[in-house]
Design a protein. Structure first.
Length: 146
């Protein structure tokens, strides 16, 4: 009986996880209001190609893809999670000031091509020279990868 219960629970967990994973195309109007405002404020010159809702085990995220290759991922509340700019720099306004200050003093004339944040705990930044820097929530460098 114990083995049967474990097998049934495992099967249920596998089925639930399989259904939780996947992207679904959505209309632009289905994005959270904060996401649409972010796109309007920081990417008004870029043309939106598609948007999706990604169903994950513990919630969902939204993605906006642009025709120029740029991509933004948002948390379910509409707050940005990841911004990647393939042919341009990440908008400076979204980079926290301590990180901007560090980059200005250390990597002058190098642009940010990707920034990712993990809900108030750290930021990961990719520079146009290929370096990836991790910052803690206070904007201090925690790691540098090339």
């Amino acid at each position: 009986m114990k083995k049967m219960t474990i097998i049934l629970l495992s099967l249920f967990a596998f089925t639930f996880c399989a259904k939780a994973d996947g992207d679904k195309p959505i209309a632009y109007s289905e994005l959270p209001a904060a996401s649409r405002q972010f796109v309007t404020e920081h990417f008004s010159k870029d043309k939106v190609a598609a948007q999706t809702k990604d169903f994950e085990l513990f919630g969902s995220t939204y993605n906006v893809f642009f025709t120029n290759g740029n991509h933004i991922e948002f948390y379910s509340n509409g707050e940005w999670k990841d911004v990647e700019c393939r042919r341009s720099a990440v908008p400076e306004k979204i980079i926290p000031q301590p990180i901007k200050d560090f980059l200005k003093n250390t990597y002058e004339n190098i642009s940010v091509t990707k920034i990712e944040k993990e809900r108030h705990s750290w930021y990961e930044v990719r520079l146009s020279n290929g370096l990836e820097l991790t910052f803690d929530q206070n904007g201090r460098v925690a790691d540098i990868d090339d």
